[in-house]
Structure formats: C-alpha cells, structure tokens
Write a protein that binds this ligand. Sequence first.
Ligand code: 13P
Ligand code: SF4
Length: 341
Amino acid sequence: MDAERLMNAALNEEIKRLTTLGLHRRCVESDLPRLAGLTLEINRLKKAKNAVVCAHVYQTPDIILGIGDLVGDSYKLADDCRKTAADVIVFCGVHFMAETAKILNPSKKVYVPSKNAGCSLSEAVTGADVRKLKAEHPGLPVITYINTSAEVKAESDCIVTSANAEKILRRMYEKHERLIFIPDRFMGANLAKTLGKTPGEDIILWNGTCVVHERFDPELIKVYRKNYPGLVALAHAECPSELIAEVDFMGGTGDMMRYVENTDAAAYLLVTECGFGELARLKFPNKNFIAMCRLCPYMKSITLESVLALLQDPAPEEVTVPADIAARAKISIEKMFELAA
Ligand code: 13P
Ligand code: SF4
C-alpha cells in the first residue's frame, strides 16, 4: 500500500471510531472526514510528545470523546493530573484548571489551547482582595472555590470544588464558628442554606458570580414542569438560590452526571453549560433531555483546531506559576484532597 492509501485507510478507521462514539450525530455528514482528520492528527501528535488531553465536561463532545484522555469535573481533573505519567498536559478547560494542574505537577509542561479561556469567577477576586478580607475578619479561615487564580489560592486555607464544598465546609464548621467563603456568592448562599448558616454572620461571602449560571430564569422551570410530566430538574450549584429552590437536585457537574446515570426519570432538565447536555445525550442515548443551557464563552474558546495548532507549535506559551505562589497554593489544594477523601 502506498502512503496515500495508508492515509485513506487510517482516515476511514477514524471516521468509524467517531461514528461509534456518536459524533456523526452532531455534525453534517460531509464534515465528518474533516473532524476525523483533526482528531487523527491530534492523537498522533499526543503520542509523539507523550501528551495527555484533559477535557472538562463543558468542552464540545468532539474534544471530550475524540481526543480527551482525562475527562470530568474540576475535582476529577485535578486529581487525575496528579497521577498522569505524561510529560505534557494539554488542558481543554479554563485557565485556573490548568494552573492547578501546573501547581500539582511542577515538572510537567502544561498548556491551554486558547488565550481567552478565563472565568468570570476567577476574575472577580485578587490576592490583594483576600488579604484585605483577612485583615477585616482576623482569624477566620478562608475557604476558596477552585475557580480562582493561583495568587488567590495562595492566600487561602483550603480549596473546594462543587464536588466537595458541602463536605469540607461541614468539617470546617466542626472547628470554626465562622468562616470566609470566596468568590461565588450564589454557591456560598446555597451552601449556607444547606448547612443552616446565615450569610454575613456565620459565612462571609464575596461578590463573584458565574456569567453562565447567574442568568437562568427560575420561572421557566415551572413552565417546563407543566409541559413535561415526570420532569426532574438538575442545576449547578453556581446558580442563584431562587433557581435552586425550583429544582430537584443541586450539585457539581460530576454529581449531576451520576444522578442522571443512576435514576430513571421521564425527562431531565439540565440547568448548566450546554456542553454538559450534549455529553449526557451521547452517553445516555435512551434518556430524554431538555437543556435549559447557556454557552460558556471561555470554555468554548477551545476548538479541535486550536488544540492542533498548539501541538504543532514548536514553542507554545506554557502555563507558569511563580514558585513562591505555587508552594503556598499547593498547601491549600492539598488540604482539599485531605478533607475531601
Ligand atoms: P465543576 O467542578 O462542577 O465541573 O464546575 C466547574 C465550573 O466551572 C462550573 O461552571
Ligand atoms: Fe467560569 Fe462559569 Fe465558565 Fe464555569 S461556566 S468556567 S464558572 S464562567
């Protein structure tokens, strides 16, 4: 077989693989060879460079299923990164997630295939803000959502993700009467309600919000319930409390996916970023999903093309964290792993 026929055979195999994964259902049929060409080349370069692709569940399914090696929520990705033997981590998620991976793996090269993969929560608070908060509330522990910069993590006592925030806060309240929770004021208020605590008194909150989850309309959930008997509504914990009051389940993306997997509702209303619903549909083709979703502009700034460009670039821009900040941030991240276990 000559080189061209070998290439065509490999491409046909890749088209078959993507079709088995259900990816042919999310593009026009004539576009599948282009997608397969991209995933084939990315997977070849990954092997050549001993690289892994970490993919958050808000990425598009062509990234998650076509090239993702480590897939999940923020907690799982941070944990998986600690254990990888790869030399290079390509983080298809947002910048704070890649920074966390770098802090946990200082010897590895970590990259994000987009310059625009920020996060509104992460941008809502700085290290100087936390130092000021600590001066205003001396002695209170600072519990910080993982959606923050390394500098903010360095000023914190313990990091949490949506998967373990409730558990860690409960443990913190065993030793402390009051604490500071930053930066998501909605998640903080939702946790306060679950734990029977009063915002502003037992739990000091910051004014950060997620641009995706802050805007869902609670009234629409009532409309959907009327139209879909037996509907079960699930929402991410970053949504405002008025919305959470209307749903059957609140959690992080990992909890939400497990809930769908382990229940058998007539229909699921997913109140979160659209990538979650797209993945759920492919994972559970026999379940019925209604997505009340919004796109995260930061997550969606990553594409197969941007991943390929990064792997082809002889000198891509690496994620770096100054050593003193990384050392302090690592302590608060390790505290999370200890308390979440
Ligand atoms: P999860 O940890 O639940 O995946 O959430 C990350 C995130 O950015 C949600 O908006
Ligand atoms: Fe940040 Fe919200 Fe996007 Fe998650 S969905 S990365 S919290 S802006």
